[in-house]
Design a protein. Structure first.
Length: 551
């Protein structure tokens, strides 16, 4: 069974042309009707004036007076009347006696017959006009008395047939219709030209197809979870989908506003304002890590920029955790290698018959490992922080850096609230320790000191190193993504401190850097805790971290 073919919607040009045709037709019809009624009245009035002027001229002519006094007035009056009729453009000139008997008429067989029409007012000495159907048909006529010495010696009537008047009006209406047809033709040509340009701009889609595309466009914008931002040639926001508003933290209507007015971080604003394309650039906002791609839109001139935003906050956190796990793995591998060396040493001592020394060597290693673990647990019994410190201690040992937990540290298990997640703690403290190890590595007596305690309702984390320190002029720049005093590695540098600052800001805390007591840099984090959390062991915040048990 063959399905019926769905008719294609009429094109926009066809709709415009149809609308113009209907509009012009209505205007022409209305104006034609108005013109017909108005012009007909004006033409009839003009015809009456013309006929009245002719009758008065004839009634005042001396030759007419003389001819009426003769025995056969028709002989002189008939040629005169025909001449006047021809010269003035009226359809008839009839001269008659006071009784209405014609002396002249365009049709000679009607001469001597009674005039068809009213003559009463003229007999009373008054000229008048009327529309009357006479021997020549309906006409607009004027009747004037011919008077001599106060006596009416005859009557003269001149008229224009209604048919002639109608023809004049029809000629005007025909001219109007011609003008309307010309306007319609020009409108059709203009519509065709505009439609051709419009279809080139819309890639051949008609209005219905454009409407469907708009619906698909809106649905796609709301469905896409990635952020989409479109800027015009002056870097004003032309469009922003729901994902873009969420990722950039925008709640107001920003369409038409410049990117510089959105209050975004300076590096991100610079990337959006750049005329060059950006590919997979990582930028930080107050709460997210975004991957930004920009593509200029050009068609002979700059028309705008298309920006896509991807949220990699979770991915970045997982990457940081993976890096930590990788570091732990490497540390365990190194420790396994070291344990094998120690085992070989103990076996060799036993083979040499020095069993007591082998037992002493093994016992010392076990006591040292247990002592280090006990020192960390006694200072920081919170399991996430303790595990992080033990792992970082192994990493520091492999890199030739001594990791020290200050004697002022003290955080009990269960002290930290659920709102402060383990992942956020790892992000903040882990990145600070990694940064400190980078700064201290290679220096004499390389050491990183960690202090963790609670002060009233604030969690304080301090990480100090023995590196070269931070120039006070760069105290804020160190927290910007991409800033680093070391050359960029394969994965780039300058992201750890930025992520730490971002996490601290998300928890309404503070992260500052200052000169440490060992000459390096000291980073201090202060995170507010709920007032219901009982205070743990604390040390005065003003005291510097004192190296305690080496981990």
């Amino acid at each position: 069974m063959r399905l019926p073919r769905v008719p294609r919607p009429r094109s926009l040009a066809g709709q415009l042309f149809g609308m113009q045709a209907v509009l012009i037709a209505v205007l022409v019809a209305g104006y034609a009707l108005f013109s017909y009624i108005s012009d007909r009245g004006q033409v009839e009035e003009a015809a009456g004036r013309q006929a009245m002027a002719v009758t008065r001229s004839v009634a005042d002519a001396p030759s007419v007076h003389e001819a009426i006094g003769t025995a056969n007035p028709t002989e002189d009056l008939q040629p005169y009347a025909l001449r006047v009729q021809r010269d003035t453009g009226v359809d008839f000139v009839t001269i008659m006696n006071p009784r209405g008997i014609r002396w002249t008429h365009p049709e000679e067989e009607l001469i001597g017959k009674h005039f068809l029409g009213n003559i009463g007012p003229a007999l009373e000495g008054r000229s008048f006009t009327e529309t009357y159907t006479g021997s020549l048909g309906p006409s607009v006529r004027a009747v004037t008395p011919i008077r001599v010495d106060g006596r009416t010696i005859g009557l003269v009537s001149a008229g224009i047939k209604v048919e002639a008047i109608t023809k004049r009006v029809q000629d005007q209406v025909t001219a109007l219709i011609g003008v309307a047809a010309g306007a319609l033709l020009l409108g059709g040509i203009g519509t065709y030209v505009i439609n051709a340009r419009l279809r080139r701009s819309t890639h051949g889609m008609n209005a219905a197809e454009l409407s469907r595309m708009h619906d698909y466009h809106q649905a796609a914008l709301h469905a896409v979870r990635e952020g989409l931002l479109m800027l015009d040639g002056q870097f004003r926001v032309a469009l922003m989908n729901d994902g873009g508003r969420e990722l950039l933290g925008v709640t107001d209507d920003v369409v038409g506003r410049s990117v510089a007015e959105l209050g975004l971080p300076a590096p991100l604003t610079g990337a959006l304002l750049s005329a060059e394309p950006r590919v997979d650039e990582v930028h930080l906002t107050d709460a997210r890590v975004l991957v930004v791609n920009t593509t200029p839109v050009s068609g002979g001139e700059r028309r705008g920029t298309v920006v896509t935003l991807r949220d990699v906050t979770e991915l970045q956190a997982l990457t940081g955790e993976l890096d930590s796990e990788r570091g732990f793995t490497q540390a365990l591998r190194s420790q396994a290698h070291e344990a094998a060396n120690r085992l070989h040493t103990m076996v060799s001592l036993i083979e040499l018959g020095r069993a007591e020394e082998a037992v002493g060597f093994a016992t010392a290693e076990l006591e040292l490992a247990q002592t280090l673990t006990d020192e960390v647990i006694s200072a920081v019994s919170e399991p996430v922080l303790a595990a992080l410190l033990l792992g970082k201690a192994a990493q520091a040992n492999e890199r030739g850096v001594e990791l020290v937990v200050s004697e002022d540290s003290g955080i009990d298990d269960g002290l930290l609230p659920a709102s402060l997640s383990a992942r956020d703690l790892v992000t903040v403290l882990g990145n600070l320790i990694d940064n400190a190890m980078d700064a201290a590595q290679g220096t004499a007596g390389a050491r990183v000191t960690v202090t963790a305690f609670t002060d009233a309702s604030v969690l304080v984390l301090r990480v100090a190193d023995t590196g070269s320190g931070v120039d006070p002029a760069h105290a804020e720049q160190v927290f910007q993504r991409g800033w680093s005093t070391k050359p960029a590695g394969p994965g780039g540098r300058g992201l750890g401190l930025a992520l730490a600052r971002q996490t601290v800001n998300r928890h309404a805390g503070t992260l500052e850097v200052r000169e440490g007591v060992d000459g390096g840099a000291e980073f201090e984090v202060r995170l507010p805790l709920p007032s219901t959390v009982p205070p743990g062991r604390s040390a005065p915040p003003s005291e510097s971290a004192v190296p305690g048990g080496a981990v």
